[in-house]
Design a protein around this ligand. Structure first.
Ligand code: FCB
Length: 459
């Protein structure tokens, strides 16, 4: 008999952890790997916090077997990792680097030996530099090259890997990579922004088609989109309109082509001459049926009207009296709100939370433990919301925590620690944090017991 008040998850619920290639692998110059735009960006003075790079990162390339042991020891059902395109095709296209394929073959085999479902993401931001040199995502050709690369990977792993994610967070690729320039390739060009989004979404559809054609067995393919609930700073008409625009740029621009086969009318109008020419057959391709949606949730955004901000005429504000992590407002209810909205408006056949997590300034205590109570509280509060969404009928099939290991957090370098496992970046030694042990217990019981819900943790 389950304990009273126990929040049980469905029997087939998939629990897991997530990572990405450039953030953990290291071995940047090994076994024939080509350069990616992040190698170039990191070595640009001032681009990344304290000049940090992913050259070594968590050295997962050499320690993957140990890391899979850790994932298994926590009882995880699934592991979401990403494949480094430049390891497979050092020039982005053309000749294949067998050593790159061998690495992912080994990783997949070790995962399967431990009964862990591999969930590779094909693109987690590390475009081969050679393709950037010919125009990158601004160019339509890149979409075709991506589909070819996806086909290579399905030919190599498709006999054992059945769940695939094409892209991670196209919004970040378009906006942080090509509008604000905070991420590689560091471009600040409003014209490139929507074109990038368009080509990334097109490449998703082309890849799905190529993967299905190459697969020796039926695949479950999805895309990971990031989502923020957008709330108006006030009920004033101009703030409500600002929130609607923000939601368009942040969310609808990506969800509508994938699930409804259209770009939002108001966004086409807003971008005007900066918008790409939309071809109906491209929309049909972006809208190719998929088996699931992956969605990443970290926070919400509160916005108000601001006529001095070009294009969007809206700015984000930090509401008073709220709790913040090192990066974002902590807003667990937003996870439920997001899932309800996605389900209502887009009806994906299945949803996985493919990322959710918090940066905490973790450190080893004198006894070698990492007491990251704040992460436990974050996890608990978000899992309660995920459970609520399932109760409301949302087809939520799994939850993958970001991240398994502390890693290279893009422009913020190693300053942000997101792992359930602490990494000492001097010795590369791993230590499971309290949150890792706590999460393992949730997975083991397939739910949260009342004791975990009670405020026993330092708030
Ligand atoms: C997401 C990224 C992931 C990580 C987390 C904190 O946007 O997909 O790589 O950086 O944020």
């Amino acid at each position: 008999m389950p304990e009273q008040g126990f929040l049980a998850f469905p029997d087939d619920f998939i629990w897991g952890v997530a990572s990405s290639a450039y953030q953990i692998e290291g071995a940047a110059d090994e076994d024939g790997r080509g350069l990616s735009i992040w190698d170039t960006f990191c070595h640009k003075p001032g681009a990344v916090y304290k000049g940090h790079t992913g050259d070594v990162a968590a050295d997962h390339y050499h320690r993957f077997a140990e890391d899979v042991d850790l994932i298994a020891s926590l009882g995880m059902h699934a592991y979401r990792f990403s494949i480094a395109w430049p390891r497979i095709l050092p020039e982005g296209r053309g000749s294949i680097n067998q050593k790159g394929i061998d690495f992912y073959n080994r990783l997949v085999d070790v995962l399967l030996e431990r009964d862990i479902i591999p969930m590779p993401t094909l693109y987690h931001w590390d475009l081969p530099q050679a393709l950037q040199d010919t125009g990158g995502w601004k160019k339509r050709d890149t979409a075709k090259h991506f589909a070819d690369y996806a086909q290579v990977m399905v030919e190599a792993l498709g006999d054992r890997v059945t769940r695939w994610i094409t892209h991670n967070e196209p919004f970040v690729v378009a906006v942080l990579g090509h509008f604000t320039g905070e991420h590689a390739p560091g471009i600040q060009d409003p014209f490139a922004t929507f074109h990038t989004a368009y080509h990334v979404l097109l490449s998703h559809g082309l890849a799905v088609e190529a993967m299905r054609a190459a697969a020796p067995q039926p695949l479950q393919i999805g895309i990971t989109l990031d989502y923020n609930p957008i709330h108006p700073a006030s009920e004033r008409e101009e703030d409500l309109a600002a929130a609607r625009r923000f939601d368009g740029v942040r969310n609808r621009l990506y969800f509508e082509p994938v699930f409804l086969g259209r770009f939002p009318e108001d966004m086409i109008r807003l971008f005007g001459a900066l918008a790409p020419e939309v071809r109906p057959d491209d929309l049909a391709m972006m809208n190719t049926p998929i088996e699931f949606l992956g969605v990443n949730y970290y926070t919400r955004m509160v916005v108000r009207h601001d006529s001095s901000t070009p294009l969007i005429e809206a700015v984000e504000i930090q509401p008073q009296g709220r709790e913040y992590s090192m990066m974002w407002e902590i807003y667990p209810e937003g996870l439920h709100e997001m899932l309800m909205r996605i389900w209502r408006d887009y009806q994906p056949p299945a949803i996985y939370i493919t990322e959710n997590g918090i940066p905490v300034p973790d450190d080893l205590d004198h006894d070698g433990k990492v007491r990251d109570y704040r992460r436990i509280r974050y996890l608990r509060d978000h899992l309660i919301q995920a459970h609520r969404a399932i109760q409301s009928g949302v087809p939520l099939k799994g939850y993958l925590h970001w991240s398994i290991l502390d890693n290279f957090e893009w422009a913020l370098g190693y300053r942000m620690r997101f792992g359930l496992v602490y990494v000492d970046f001097e010795t590369l030694e791993r230590t499971v944090k309290m949150s890792g042990h706590w999460f393992a217990q949730v997975v083991r019981r397939n739910g949260l017991a009342p004791a975990e819900r009670a405020p026993f943790l330092p708030e």
